[in-house]
Write a protein that binds this ligand. Structure first.
Ligand SMILES: Cn1c(SCC(=O)Nc2ccccc2)nc2c(=O)[nH]c(N)nc21
Length: 280
């Protein structure tokens, strides 16, 4: 099970780690674009050295209440970073965006995957993703970041809600000419879900193998861990390593994390057990 990502072949026959690279101003204390750009590149270089298979670059915060960013601003944030990650580090880059123009421009700059937390629901997104030829991660979110945490009650079970949603988005992609083989699925932990929803969904993630598509998991530093353990955002690594090991056993293949080196070890250790003792 390999994905063609703009000249990179991403081998998902074993679990891999995706490093998070935030280029939103609120993720940098010093502000200042050039400082941001150099810092971002150093951060990415370290994550790749630590074993990340790819880097997820996001220019728009999806936190509830985050101020929406204009297309121009999002492009200004992500394009210089994507361009240099590809040209200087030869990195496999996924673009974390819902904006069709950002998808098109970053694909042109060499991005290798589209990671859209809104599952291509924005006008023009399906066409932009189809035209890019890139793999696409479809993630479940209920509502929009501003409203998603208000109504976290589901008519049906959370797992049924997610399966129904992802089935519909897969169909929309196929109808838009995006081959099924280009898709990855993600339950969207923390997006419009209560702690109970997140835990229940995590425990049942293997149900998503019915779609026979690679699963991407993004729980790193999230409130699911904070609420379960009573840990501040900077103290959630151990919790996420536990979650990661569980998901490796449940067949997840891509892990979107802040802490690459420890997660690579957790993934490789869990994988070694599942492979009956083969190491790396
Ligand atoms: C872009 N993106 C995000 S951003 C939210 C986040 O990291 N919050 C957060 C970060 C740090 C601390 C607390 C919360 N989460 C996912 C995910 O779960 N899956 C996929 N595919 N993409 C994703």
């Amino acid at each position: 099970m390999s994905l063609e990502c703009a000249g990179h072949l991403l081998d998902l026959s074993r679990p891999r780690v995706m490093g998070i690279l935030n280029v939103t101003p609120d993720s940098f204390s010093d502000g200042g674009r050039s400082a941001t750009l150099d810092a971002a590149l150093r951060n990415a270089e370290q994550m790749l050295a630590d074993g990340a298979a790819m880097i997820d670059v996001g220019g728009e915060s999806t936190r509830p209440g985050a101020t929406p960013v204009s297309t121009e601003e999002e492009l200004e944030r992500v394009c210089p970073v994507v361009e240099r990650l590809v040209s200087e580090l030869g990195a496999l880059v996924s673009i974390d965006t819902s904006n069709p123009q950002v998808m098109r421009e970053t694909a042109r700059l060499g991005a290798g995957m589209i990671n859209d937390v809104r599952a291509l629901n924005r006008d023009g997104a399906l066409e932009a993703a189809a035209d890019s030829g890139l793999p696409v991660c479809l993630m479940h979110m209920r509502g929009e970041p501003d409203t998603m945490q208000q109504d976290t009650h589901y008519a049906q079970s959370i797992e049924q809600e997610v399966r129904t949603f992802l089935a519909a988005r897969i169909a929309a992609c196929e109808a838009a000419g995006i081959a099924r083989e280009r898709l990855l699925l993600d339950p969207g932990f923390g997006f419009g879900k209560s702690l109970q929803d997140n835990l229940r969904l995590y425990h049942r993630m293997a149900q998503l193998h019915e779609f026979n598509l690679p699963l991407l998991i993004g729980t790193s530093r999230k409130s699911m861990i904070g609420n379960a353990l009573g840990r501040a955002v900077e103290d959630r690594l151990a919790g996420n390593l536990a979650l990661t090991a569980l998901a490796v056993r449940d067949g997840a293949r891509l892990f979107r994390v802040h802490d690459v080196a420890p997660t690579v070890d957790a993934v490789d250790m869990a994988w070694a057990v599942l492979q009956e003792g083969t190491i790396r």
